[in-house]
Write a protein that binds this ligand. Structure first.
Ligand code: ADP
Length: 401
């Protein structure tokens, strides 16, 4: 393979956003990164940085992913990084879930159809991914598009961890069962923790706390349980999604109180979680904290609910794993928010966890141990790098095919 073809683009797709990192493979050298928000609006914002060069940002009108892709292709050409996306070895993606398909897959019609089959379960995630992949396939015929599903890290969960207490027929016939997401992130931070500790034989509780949040129990490199249920709508309270909820509350709203099911679905998916509980316009943790500090009790108690849910899962996984060697914090909230980490780790002397207050306060989005040397559980902050996991998997898939 020529050196110019060993460029791999990792694309991170949101419903109105397109972010990317361009790697040289197999060296994993980051060549450039960038992204655009508000795609489809009158004005989209973009940012771009080629490694070693000055970063730039601006505003433009991107009517769809194709406009954003063309924009970044031009910036990369002007920066002398790559002539055309036609020269890429592959584009890697991080899709969420497909029906009966997981792992790392080359996107073909079978895989795309399996994602389309789950649009109702993943309305915010699957349609944008399918659309973006189809755009790349249309613009660059023959360019391999390869995705590692978010569920891939959970493909070998023990059966009991995949079951809901529902009729057996629902599980067998309708596929109502638990899985997990944020697989690339939990894989990255737990592998990195093992590397830093010099051992793969570790019990790890991995806390990915960000716009969406989850906790994963990992034994010897394998996920054994997670906070997720069947969709990203489950588990911890999310920025604007409910997380776990008593389903009979929903039935009551629709059947007895006359709310429209489609409206309830929308509220649970866009106006619940931290945003819903706080009553603010935003589910961004910084906004909730600022409001709480200004005396907003709904915001303060929403943060308490979040902390309590995180502590609940940590407690459950400490029991499931019979202890824990490393507790990891990662993602936007987990990496940046020392107060929240302290609140989560309070009163844990029963299991010998002792946070180092100064180390915790000093740590912002860097790798650090934030527990004391005497702590029986080591607490670490490890910035996540989902893109490199996607790039590695796409590269490995390419080498096999
Ligand atoms: P996602 O990728 O799921 O959209 P992120 O991992 O970027 O989310 O996390 C977003 C969350 O992280 C937001 O709630 C935001 O408040 C929080 N966050 C991001 N940066 C910071 C920061 N510098 N300080 C405090 N919180 C932050």
């Amino acid at each position: 393979m020529s050196s110019s073809s060993a460029r791999l683009l990792v694309a991170n797709i949101g419903s109105t956003s397109f972010k990317f990192r361009l790697f040289e493979m197999p060296s994993e050298r980051l060549l450039a990164r960038g992204g655009a928000d508000r795609i489809g609006a009158a004005e989209s914002e973009w940012s771009f940085a080629a490694t070693g060069a000055e970063a730039s940002k601006g505003a433009a009108c991107f009517t769809g992913y194709a406009d954003a892709i063309a924009h970044f292709e031009r910036l990369l050409r002007e920066a002398g990084v790559i002539d055309s996306f036609r020269d890429l070895a592959a584009v890697g993606f991080k899709p969420v879930m497909a029906r009966d398909i997981s792992g790392t897959q080359i996107f073909d019609e079978r895989v795309l159809a399996a994602m389309e089959a789950l649009y109702t379960l993943f309305p915010a995630h699957n349609p944008p991914y399918v659309n973006a992949v189809r755009e790349f396939q249309r613009l660059y015929p023959g360019l391999p598009c390869i995705g590692t599903f978010e569920t891939a890290f959970y493909d070998h969960l023990p059966r009991a961890a995949t079951r809901f207490p529902v009729p057996l027929e629902w599980e067998r016939k309708y596929g109502i069962r638990r899985t997990g997401f944020h697989g690339a992130s939990h894989r990255f931070v737990t592998e990195r923790a093992a590397e830093l500790r010099g051992s793969k034989q570790l019990k790890i509780v991995s806390c990915h706390l960000g716009g969406s949040s989850s906790i994963c129990a990992v034994r010897d490199g394998k996920a054994v349980d997670s906070s997720w249920g069947m969709t990203p709508q489950s588990g911890l309270p999310q920025n604007n999604r409910s997380g776990d909820l008593d389903v009979f509350g929903v039935i009551h709203l629709v059947r007895n109180l006359g709310l429209d099911l489609a409206d309830v679905e929308k509220q649970l998916g866009t106006a619940s979680g931290l945003k819903g509980m706080s009553g603010l316009d935003s589910g961004d943790f910084r906004d909730l904290r600022a409001a709480a500090e200004a005396g907003n009790e709904d915001a303060a108690s929403a943060i308490e609910v979040f902390v309590s849910a995180v502590r609940g899962y940590i407690g459950r996984f400490l029991v499931a794993l019979d202890g824990c060697d490393v507790l990891v914090f990662t993602a936007g909230i987990g990496e940046n928010n020392a107060d929240l980490r302290a609140a989560i780790c309070r009163d844990m002397s029963f299991c010998g966890l002792e946070l180092d207050a100064a180390a915790n306060a000093a740590c912002k989005a860097t790798e650090a141990v934030i527990s004391t040397p005497a702590s029986r559980i080591e607490v670490r902050v490890i910035p996540t790098n989902e893109e490199i996991v996607i790039a590695r998997n796409a590269w490995a898939k390419l080498s096999q095919s």
